[in-house]
Design a protein around this ligand. Structure first.
Ligand SMILES: C[S@@+](CC[C@H](N)C(=O)[O-])C[C@H]1O[C@@H](n2cnc3c(N)ncnc32)[C@H](O)[C@@H]1O
Length: 264
């Protein structure tokens, strides 16, 4: 599938409409309290990968900059780039009081960094780029990183080797212009001569989604929303314990994963 960036831009512009910046780039499930739960788990995990205090970060495909909002109090500089002007507008509103934050609306393929960074972050972007562009942007990211800097990706990848899903093909998701690649293919974008893989982690446990899914049809919208808010707040606290369970029982073929690389 060839991804049409103009169509993708329209989709992400529409997705930003009237939304909270934490939810706008985070489309899995339609439930805002689940989106908030997932966001908080992902930020907690990201903070465990590195100490971001006083560091600089380039966030490519930053969307409404939910990670910039979470990390900017720690960072000395944060630069976010996104093709969707509407997502960038949400980010600008949320981060307008931060002089060390710069946000640009435009295609990452046209972006030229003026400096080097401690971290380059791709969250949900590489799955939205055509293969030749992934190769090009990873090469550029190498030059935009300081030596020993971190390149972190968070994308949906197809696991081939789970018990029930052997040799699953890659697949395109026309609804949101994504191309979900096999994990091996995703990793092959990062040549071992340039990047050392330090960590691989699921972005969060999605096991808690089961209960709301079951109770939804028995409750009014208002009651469901109230219950979900409290439930997901508790699930966030329990998630570090749920996570190992998830690894045993969760056989989804498509998984949101963090990969952390060190620039050599
Ligand atoms: C899945 S969302 C993730 C947003 C944010 N990084 C997050 O994790 O919440 C993907 C983002 O990539 C942006 N995007 C897609 N193609 C792009 C491109 N060629 N250049 C810049 N941004 C792009 C979309 O506008 C969207 O905001």
């Amino acid at each position: 599938m060839k991804i049409d960036y103009e169509a993708s831009k329209r989709y992400w512009d529409a997705n930003a409409c009237g939304k909270d910046p934490i939810v706008a780039g985070n489309t899995m499930g339609s439930d805002p309290s689940f989106a908030l739960y997932r966001h908080r788990c992902e930020v907690r995990r990201l903070k465990r990968f590195a100490d971001f205090s006083g560091k600089t970060m380039l966030d490519l495909g930053c969307g409404s900059a939910r990670f910039g909002i979470a990390l900017s109090p720690l960072l000395s500089a944060y630069v976010g780039v996104d093709i969707s002007a509407e997502q960038i507008n949400l980010a600008k509103k949320a981060l307008c009081h931060c002089p060390h934050v710069r946000l640009f609306a435009g295609n990452v393929m046209d972006y030229q960094a003026e400096t080097t960074f401690d971290t380059v972050y791709f969250s949900g972007l590489l799955q939205l780029l055509n293969e030749s562009d992934v190769i090009e942007i990873v090469e550029k990211a190498y030059t935009w990183l300081k030596p020993n800097g971190l390149l972190i990706t968070r994308d949906s990848v197809v696991e081939q080797y789970t018990l029930f899903h052997r040799n699953q093909p890659e697949f395109a998701q026309p609804r949101n212009y994504s191309c979900y690649r096999k994990k091996a293919k995703h990793l092959a974008f990062f040549p071992p001569s340039k990047f050392a893989l330090l960590k691989e982690r699921d972005s969060c446990s999605v096991l808690p989604i089961i209960l709301p899914f079951v109770i939804r049809k028995f409750l009014s919208r208002k009651a469901y929303t109230r219950i979900c808010e409290a439930y997901y707040a508790a699930a966030y606290r329990l998630e570090p314990m749920l996570f190992p369970l998830g690894r045993i029982f969760d056989y989804r073929r498509l998984r949101h994963k963090f990969f952390v690389f060190r620039r050599l």
